[in-house]
Design a protein around this ligand. Sequence first.
Ligand code: IPE
Ligand code: IPE
Ligand code: MG
Length: 263
Amino acid sequence: MFSFLSKNQPETDSQTISLDPDNIPAHIAIIMDGNGRWAKSRHMPRIAGHKQGMETVKTVTMAASQMGVKVLTLYAFSTENWKRPTDEVNYLMKLPTDFFSAFVPDLVKNNVRVRVMGYTDQLPEKTQQAVQGAIEDTKDCTGMVLNFALNYGGRAEIVTGVKRLAQQVSDGQLDPTAIDDEMISNVLMTASLGQYRDPDLLIRTSGEERISNFLLWQIAYSEFVFVKEHWPDFNGDSLAKAVQTYQQRHRRFGGLEPDENQK
Ligand code: IPE
Ligand code: IPE
Ligand code: MG
């Protein structure tokens, strides 16, 4: 449970996590990690962890949407995850079909729009159909964007973007001295997120503290929160706690705190 801090109303009860409604991170990105270890610790196959992790995706999507988050980006499959055993990869490729067939009505009800970033053309035909179906079914939703990173890799994304710019240079359409931050942001897979393209808050579950090739360019000034829980154990309260931690941070973007500028 979380509640928004109100000026007239102090703390409600100790079970509630109070959040400042004016400082909700607009874009939250999550590295959903620890499914395999969660399952292993229960003597279950790794795929049981992925199945349970899918339930967490539903819970966390609803919690983020209720909190007023604008974009929730979830790292579901990396360009390196193909290295895993075929059975596990096949299961992960089947998950979007199960997920969307069960969950799209709830997404529509909650005005959540699905978006996908990654090399989706390399996914099995059925996975592509499930993803395209969900995008189509939620295209009129105007609330939170639920952005899945599927077969996504930060370095590959930058390579693709750089090739696009290099092609424009070689076609004589772009002066290389004109290349700037904005132009690079615009050739990345987050470009269509506009003002929300860079995450404000990046969360990684399972106790690992690394980026694993996620959103390398976009996280330049993101706040990082690493939590111990494995993804299947993460829930709405865990999200609220991570947002509370974010609200205690002081983002400076290389500058000074407003009160320090006066000194
Ligand atoms: C995250 O959990 C899900 C994916 C990477 C697809 P893992 O499968 O990486 O679980 P661990 O890290 O091995 O426990
Ligand atoms: C990152 O987790 C990828 C996803 C969550 C989809 P991994 O489990 O693949 O990352 P490493 O191998 O621990 O760095
Ligand atoms: Mg992992």
